[in-house]
Write a protein that binds this ligand. Structure first.
Ligand code: PLP
Length: 441
């Protein structure tokens, strides 16, 4: 009997009682390797004393100060740290409490930017199918995850979408990676011209697609062409790095590896690493100055924006990443993880693709490998793999509707940045057993 309205009310959940490094322990004493950080959140693992001490220090100073009265040392220092962590020209940081809030703030910020410039007709945000930007109504409106949108269709704005850059599923037979990248990016230009550039606020995309399609990276050159199109039509580029940012792919921002700088960028999961709920919207000096030198302030704000405890925790998490040189480990262990996944699943009859970057990797499940036929969606193969994996003491993050919101299944892995080599081997070994057991079942 529970009074909690659970996310999955029909499943009986174990109670998490302890977290340490890459492991979570439940109340029966069973240990699970946290190979997905919950939903790619726990970037430095569980129970780091340095973060606990930073939260305690902040609590001893002050726990809460409303942002219309005060700033805090923690918020100032965290913003300095984030701007310093990337070579890209992102100079200002607006703090909020979750990834969805960050997306809401980002699209409002983009709209206000155009208003300040005297372009009130710009009201549409173009985004991509097979994307996820959050569960609040604004974030769902710009998201391309059909099952999460379906019940709330009547509440949502009908924001325009284009196809993602998803080579395994969307490239044509015989099409080169270069040609496909260009064709996929040019869909944006077609959409802008169809809608009228004077009506478009921004293009929004996950730099690496996370939960909806499973660690999908764009082909080289895609984002550079996207940037050109945005510049040509005066459209802001918003990159959603709620899941893939803050070091998850081996650079502080995933877009650093694409050779593009966005105008606005969102961060969340790896920012606070699960120690506190926190998210951030980073923007260029141009966006900031246009708003501040225009009407004077961004018309937005939440009660818990820039919460001092959350900022102190996130700063400590980011310092751990820097002090322990964890991005080098993300690159090394990411390469090992890919290697092991290729070795275990590269010829597996029910794994069609192994993909991702750094410590954000996925396998896509298929009924038939040769023609990429997915499993019937009623089979819920990803959920079965998760169940088998939990039995084996492994946490993985499954997703369904990988191809078009209805068909296709994947399993996402996002272990902590400090994961060691033995644990990487163990993750792949257990995942192998879980996939085989689920397919046989
Ligand atoms: C890319 C992306 N954007 C936004 C969100 C929404 O974040 P939150 O669940 O913190 O609201 C998520 C969450 O999974 C995400 O992966």
């Amino acid at each position: 009997m529970t009074h909690v309205f659970h996310r999955s009310p029909k499943s009986v959940l174990p109670v998490a009682v302890q977290g340490s490094g890459a492991y979570v322990t439940d109340d029966s004493g069973k240990r699970y390797i946290d190979a997905c950080g919950g939903a790619a959140v726990s970037c430095i693992g569980h129970g780091d004393m340095r973060v606990q001490e930073a939260i305690q220090r902040q609590m001893a100073e002050i726990s809460y100060a409303h942002t219309s009265f005060f700033t805090s040392h923690a918020a100032e220092a965290l913003a300095d740290h984030l701007c310093d962590a990337t070579p890209l020209p992102l100079d200002k940081v607006y703090f909020v409490g979750s990834g969805s809030e960050a997306i809401e703030a980002a699209i409002k910020m983009a709209r206000q930017y155009h208003l300040e410039r005297g372009e009130p007709s710009r009201k549409l945000v173009i985004s991509r199918h097979q994307s996820y930007h959050g569960n609040t109504l604004g974030a769902l409106s710009v998201g391309g995850n059909p099952p999460r949108r379906k019940p709330y269709g009547p509440f949502l704005l009908d924001e325009p979408k284009i196809e993602p850059c998803f080579a395994y599923r969307y490239a044509r037979d015989g099409e080169s990676a270069e040609d496909y990248a260009l064709r996929a990016a040019n869909l944006l230009e077609e959409k802008v011209l169809e809608l009228g550039p004077q009506n478009v606020v921004a293009f929004l995309a996950e730099t690496v697609v996370g939960a909806t399609a499973g660690a999908v990276t764009a082909e080289a050159g895609y984002f550079r062409r996207i940037r050109e199109i945005c510049d040509r039509y005066g459209i802001l580029l918003i990159l959603d790095e709620v899941m893939c940012g803050a070091g998850r792919t081996g650079s502080f921002l995933a877009c650093e590896q694409e050779g593009v700088a966005p105008d606005i960028l969102t961060l969340a999961k790896g920012l606070g690493g699960g120690y506190q709920p926190i998210a951030a919207v980073m923007c260029t000096d141009n966006v900031y100055r246009t708003i501040v030198e225009g009407s004077g302030s961004f018309v937005h704000g939440h009660t818990y924006s820039a919460h001092p405890l959350a900022c102190a925790a996130a700063l400590a998490v980011q310092q751990v990443i820097r002090d322990d040189d964890l991005l080098a480990n993300v690159v090394a262990r990411g390469a090992q993880l890919r290697d092991r996944l290729e070795a275990r699943f590269g010829n597996h009859p029910h794994v069609g693709d192994v993909r991702g970057r750094g410590l954000l990797q996925a396998i896509e499940l298929v009924e038939h490998r040769d023609d990429k036929t997915p499993f019937a969606s009623q089979r819920r193969i990803g959920a079965q793999i998760k169940r088998e994996a939990m039995t084996l003491g492994l946490m993985v993050y499954p997703g369904a509707g990988t191809i078009d919101g209805v068909s296709g299944d994947h399993v996402l892995l996002a272990p902590p940045y400090g994961v060691d080599s033995e644990t990487v081997d163990l993750i792949v070994e257990r995942l192998g057993y879980a996939v085989d057991a689920a397919v046989a079942g």
